[in-house]
Design a protein around this ligand. Structure first.
Ligand code: FAD
Length: 482
């Protein structure tokens, strides 16, 4: 039975069902909290958490609830939205390292608004989730978000230098780390990192260690120009082989290398105005290539690379199908097209919810040199599953998005997801590269980490949150805290 909590109204708690309904779903799941709070200041967050800590009331923080793992919804306790917290930003030169620049950003800032506004001032903040127009900066840190440009720029962890957050007992803390402590470009959103830095622990903690109220991120004092390209292939194997070639041939200019299978291309053919694709293409890569001043130079170099690749694949005719886009409006359109793929899948899957179906999305990653083996083994096991494959192939991190039409298919697809994650770990990768575990994938933690590692993470969680009030169910199965 659902536990009952006395949540006093003077915490600012909203219990009106109509309002709660509006906060009771992410794109794939539904859960109704007992109450909603929308604090407007760090002091208010502190007051609420302090009360909940003393009274054992669960609190799940959320941003704009685009999480795909039920991490940002709660079926009991308080849902704490960060939407009304500070949403502004300011940029200063790093006093410790002249020539480097830091942005102080309120947790409620919209990521795209922040990025576009500082770009107009000549600054660049690289993390680039496809959902950037919908999400809050505090949440991108809580999820260690990454996106299409992670091939060159890594995930959010790499850019965070500090943050202000409120601990579960209400203590307000401001913590920093130095640039040389920055996390690597490596993608991993499974559990806590084994690092001492408090900043690192908060990054990707999925709301389990506190509420982030401000982030301090490094921004670059220039906005790189780039050319975007669509490159089509006769089949998946050709495209995967080409990824390795491109990674080898890039001297730093390859910023994004995204994969689309035929089903993903069909979504674009049907929904993206102006998208053109050879009928025989079974796969495509979407690339971004940076240049400084000489667009023609990078284009010529990469057309040479592609010629070599297509010669090897005996598909010289596909060189003529390569599409290059240089102007900003066209590149914005490509971003929109890229976003259309997961957004369409989420919509399609949602219509099967009432039948017990829905989307099952993989988020595993493997080293680049194991990609072909991984794809082959996953395909061998398809078992009639209906899926669309797209995503961050340059990081060894494609998404296989299953669409299950009913409960039977959903259960089969969940089993396949678990098998694939196990395989990814065996091949030297991990179970989650960017979406985290949330509540829907918390069983995967034990696939990637040993019992001892998990006990270490649980000890950290207990140290920060002895009452276990923060985001219960996220990352850790509840059984670990009984
Ligand atoms: C169509 C689509 C495409 C997507 N593409 C990408 C992608 O390319 N890359 C990627 O990484 N993700 C992607 N996502 C997932 C999602 O957008 C990201 O995880 C994003 O960072 C979540 O932001 P949000 O504001 O919606 O946060 P929410 O979903 O509300 O919250 C996410 C998590 O952060 C915690 N949280 C939120 N705010 C705070 C806070 N202030 N303090 C502490 N914890 C907090 C929540 O408890 C939850 O665990 C995609 C989602 C969709 C629907």
């Amino acid at each position: 039975m659902k536990p009952h909590y006395d949540i006093p109204n003077d915490l600012g708690a909203i219990k009106d069902r109509d309002i709660l309904e509006g906060y009771s779903s992410d794109p794939l799941h539904v859960a109704m909290p007992d109450a909603l709070v929308r604090p407007q200041s760090v002091e208010e967050v502190s007051r609420i958490l302090s009360y909940c800590h003393s009274h054992g009331i669960p609190v799940t923080p959320c941003g704009n609830q685009t999480s795909l793992t039920a991490a940002a919804i709660a079926d009991h306790g308080i849902l704490m939205s960060s939407e009304k917290l500070e949403s502004g930003w300011r940029i200063h030169e790093d006093p410790e390292q002249p020539g480097r620049w830091l942005a102080y950003v309120g947790a409620a800032a919209n990521l795209a608004a922040f990025q576009d506004s500082i770009a107009a001032q000549g600054f660049f903040y690289p993390p680039d989730p496809t959902s950037r127009e919908e999400i809050l900066v505090g949440a991108t840190v809580a999820t260690n978000a990454s996106g299409e440009d992670s091939f060159k720029y890594g995930s959010t962890r790499r850019w965070v230098r500090g943050l202000q957050y409120v601990r579960p007992d209400g203590e307000i803390r401001r913590v920093m780390r130095y640039a040389d402590e920055k996390g690597s470009a490596h993608k991993n959103t499974c559990g806590y990192p084994f690092r001492e830095s408090e900043v690192d622990l908060l990054i990707g903690c999925e709301g389990t260690l506190g509420v982030i109220t401000e982030v301090i991120v490094e921004v670059l004092p220039f906005v790189p120009e780039f050319v975007s390209m669509f490159v089509f292939f006769e089949n998946e194997g050709h495209a995967l082989w080409a990824v390795g070639q491109m990674a080898e041939r890039s001297s730093g200019e390859l910023r994004c290398c995204e994969y689309m299978d035929r089903a993903a291309l069909d979504i674009l053919v049907q929904g993206a105005d102006g998208f053109q694709c050879p009928e025989t293409a079974e796969a495509a890569l979407y690339l971004k290539l940076e240049f400084a001043g000489d667009c023609q130079g990078v284009l010529e170099t990469w057309l040479d690379h592609l010629e070599g690749i297509f010669d090897h694949l005996q598909s010289a005719h596909l060189l003529d199908a390569v599409q290059a886009f240089t102007d900003a409006p066209a590149q914005r359109m490509l971003r929109h097209w890229r976003h259309l793929i997961p957004a369409t899948i989420n919509e399609r899957a949602a219509q099967y919810r009432d039948y017990g179906g829905g989307k099952v999305g993989t988020d595993w990653y493997v080293p680049l040199n194991r990609l072909t083996e991984m794809f082959t083994r996953v395909r061998d096991d398809q078992d009639g599953a209906d899926w669309v494959v797209f995503g961050h192939i340059g990081n060894g991190h494609p998404h296989f998005n299953f669409i299950a039409k009913d409960l039977r298919e959903y259960q089969r697809d969940r089993e396949l997801l678990f098998k694939h994650c196990q395989l990814a770990v065996e091949l030297g990768g991990g179970v989650s590269g960017e979406h985290g575990l949330g509540k829907k994938k918390s069983q995967l933690l034990a696939m990637q980490y040993s019992e001892r590692d998990i006990q270490e993470m649980v000890a950290i969680k207990r140290k920060y949150d002895p009452q276990h009030i923060m985001a219960p169910g996220n990352i850790f199965p509840d059984s670990l805290f009984k």
